[in-house]
Design a protein around this ligand. Structure first.
Ligand SMILES: *Cc1c(COP(=O)(O)O)cnc(C)c1O
Length: 358
């Protein structure tokens, strides 16, 4: 008996999601917030967590956390709310729910790789429509692809990962208007956009769902994402959510952290300010092109990016090498905005690498 005889062929063909080993490196590859909770808050969180009854199952609906999320993110009472073990789990729930025979999940490329990966293992056909050369939505190509493939769902990250830009709002609205199925706007980087959001459009569009995560806001370790949409959609998706998908410690810690929103917001502001400083410094380096970003990372294009990536790693800095992942990303690297000190280490290492290849 071999795996080949029993495992679904599309799964056999897939490669597992690869997370590189970052031990000993300045970690600027995964859009984590570089700042920890301040010491006294971490202490207070410890006391809160100590009181969580670990012998009991969590609240299956995470009601207290839901209330805090609604308050802190101004989610209207009339909309449904679904919590996931990271937004990755929510993408999976949506895909599983829509995986009728022949169903299509559509996204743009380059974008978040989990859309394609999850489509493939949930048994949906994946269609990726290329962005324009400046990473905008190609509205004509999208409308044509919608006509041809009638996608059950379209995923659009706003701002987009790995390009960092927020798509033109009118273009995105045209896609929502023309979509024959659901549209999920993935606002994983909401905290860094200065207020750009489609939340206001959700009550007006019953095919529009909004997804966010606490991961990029400084709570990646908790694994908490949320989906907002019309209750009649959320009720269906909720059937696929495994009972207790958000564990008791995550529920408690997320509620606690969100009560300290000014601290998290101040960290996000510091990251945005540092993003702008880093972008200006990088743009002044000969041969380096920096793309505009509304997120907590920057997309760069530079000569011999793959060699520079390896050189940065040898110098102790881990970024993301995008060269080879998509034709539009030739010679591109993605760097997460770190602390000013981490960014300086990165800048010094990059300068040394650029000097070395010249
Ligand atoms: C990081 C990221 C996510 C994943 O978020 P988790 O909540 O950590 O699973 C989702 N969407 C996009 C576009 C991302 O970049």
């Amino acid at each position: 008996m071999s795996p080949e005889a029993l495992i679904r062929p599309e799964l056999l063909r897939l490669a597992a999601y690869h997370v590189p080993d970052a031990r000993g490196l300045v970690k600027l590859d995964a859009m984590e917030n570089p700042y920890a909770l301040p010491g006294e808050l971490a202490q207070a969180l410890g006391r809160r967590l100590a009181a969580v009854p670990l012998n009991r199952y969590p609240d299956p609906r995470a009601q207290q956390l839901q209330a805090v999320l609604r308050r802190e993110f101004a989610i209207p009472d009339g909309l449904g709310l679904l919590l996931g073990n990271g937004s990755d789990e929510l993408i999976q729930i949506i895909a599983l729910a829509l995986a009728r025979p022949g169903a299509v999940l559509l996204s743009v490329e380059p974008s978040f790789v989990m859309y394609r990966l999850i489509a493939e293992y949930a048994g949906l056909r994946y269609v990726g429509v290329p962005l324009t050369a400046d990473f905008e939505l190609d509205t004509a190509a999208l409308l044509a692809a919608m006509q041809a493939h009638r996608p059950a769902v379209i995923f659009l990250a706003y701002p987009n990962n790995p390009t960092g830009n927020a798509f033109d709002r009118a273009a995105l609205e045209a896609v929502i208007e023309a979509a024959p199925g659901l549209v999920v706007v993935d606002e994983a980087y909401h905290a860094f956009t200065g207020g750009l959001s489609f939340l206001d459009a959700v009550p007006k569009r019953d095919n529009l769902l909004l997804m966010r995560t606490l991961s990029k806001l400084g709570l990646a370790g908790l694994r908490l994402g949320y989906l907002v949409g019309a209750p009649r959609w959320i009720e269906q998706f909720d059937k696929l959510r495994l009972p207790y998908n958000v564990n008791a410690l995550s529920q408690c810690a997320a509620a606690f952290a969100l009560e300290q929103m000014p601290v998290l917001s101040a960290q996000a502001h510091a990251i945005v300010a540092e993003r702008e400083r880093l972008a200006l410094t990088l743009a002044a380096l000969p041969g380096v092109r920096v793309y505009p970003s509304r997120a907590n990372f920057l997309l760069l294009r530079l000569p011999q990016a793959a060699a520079v990536f390896e050189g940065l790693k040898r110098r102790g800095v881990l970024v993301k090498n995008l060269h080879g992942s998509h034709p539009l990303l030739t010679d591109c690297l993605r760097v997460t905005v770190g602390t000013p000190e981490e960014n300086q280490v990165f800048l010094d290492a990059l300068q040394a690498e650029l000097d070395a290849i010249r």
